[in-house]
Design a protein around this ligand. Structure first.
Ligand code: PBE
Length: 294
């Protein structure tokens, strides 16, 4: 009896001591411990997650780290929460995106370039699109804009929606649109299927090209799908055009798989980027600075 009681008492006591130690640990915990050796990711079907998984392999110090699958909205929610409390967070970020305007953020240096470098966003069309709809093709081929343009639409859409934001951009850039549509015959309600991906960047470009084509007499529809399906849809001719491929790195594996089965019209934007991103208040600059999980 006596022993049992003592046993219970000492269990309780050591529990208290442990709890005390844990508290102490927490305040002196390293960034990596506070992060629980975790990087906050996005949708599993994204190119970003493929590259992030590669990075966890490429960098030995990250081999035992976790990459959480989530959604872009979920990841941005985690960022907002951490940022308000000035807590550490590492997440898969990219630009163009309003996150860089809303928060003070920095890319972690990536000397192995696992997450790529400055990238392009390209336009691809199905085989036969040019022959079937030469006028629409000319407009789609001419479409090219700057990261700031895309950001304007993405930011405006925060307070309205992508259709309104795209129409506004088209109105405000009528000179550019006039160049893209110069000498192009108007359509007669011909249907054009735009294949997009489920991110703000592509919501912006898809709605802008849709607005321009609609203005020019075509009937458009936008279908957002995972990058793998986007390439497949254009390759099989189920979709007509896409302004969504991030190249040459983010969507490289999908691109390589289908490249003989679609037409690549080249960049519609230069200067996109993705990587591991942290709030500027974090005292860390490079992926290589992260301590391995013990
Ligand atoms: N993104 C935005 C996408 C493409 C556009 C970088 C999150 C991705 O496939 O990862």
């Amino acid at each position: 009896m006596h022993f049992k009681k003592l046993g219970l008492f000492s269990v309780a006591l050591s529990g208290l001591l442990l709890a005390g130690c844990n508290n102490q640990d927490d305040s002196s915990a390293t960034i990596e411990e506070k992060l629980n050796y975790t990087i906050n990711g996005i949708e599993p079907g994204s190119g970003t997650m493929e590259l992030a998984n590669n990075a966890l392999q490429d960098y030995e110090n990250l081999n035992n780290w976790n990459l959480t699958e989530s959604s872009t909205a979920g990841m941005l929610g985690e960022l907002d929460k951490a940022y308000k409390n000035e807590e550490p967070i590492i997440f898969t970020g990219w630009n163009p995106h309003w996150m860089f305007a809303k928060y003070d953020l920095k890319y972690l240096e990536d000397p192995k370039k696992s997450l790529g470098e400055i990238e392009n966003i390209n336009t691809i069309v199905r085989k036969g699109f040019k022959e079937d709809l030469p006028n629409a093709y000319t407009i789609v081929d001419r479409f090219y804009w700057e990261p700031e343009d895309m950001e304007t639409v993405m930011t405006d859409a925060q307070d309205s929606n992508f259709e309104d934001a795209a129409n506004k951009w088209v109105e405000e850039n009528s000179d550019t649109i006039a160049e893209w549509t110069a000498g192009v015959e108007k359509g007669n309600g011909e249907k054009i299927s735009i294949i997009s991906t489920p991110w703000d960047t592509e919501d912006a470009s898809s709605h802008v090209i849709a607005a321009i084509l609609e203005q020019h007499g075509f009937d458009t529809g936008i279908t957002p799908v995972d990058p793998a399906i986007m390439f497949q849809a254009i390759s099989t001719g189920n979709g007509d055009i896409s302004l969504a491929p991030w190249l040459p790195i983010t969507h490289e594996s999908f691109y390589e798989k289908h490249k003989d089965d679609f037409i690549d019209l080249g960049e519609n934007l230069k200067g996109a980027r993705l990587g591991f991103v942290v709030p500027a208040y974090m005292d860390i600059d490079s992926i290589e600075d992260l301590a391995p999980k013990k």
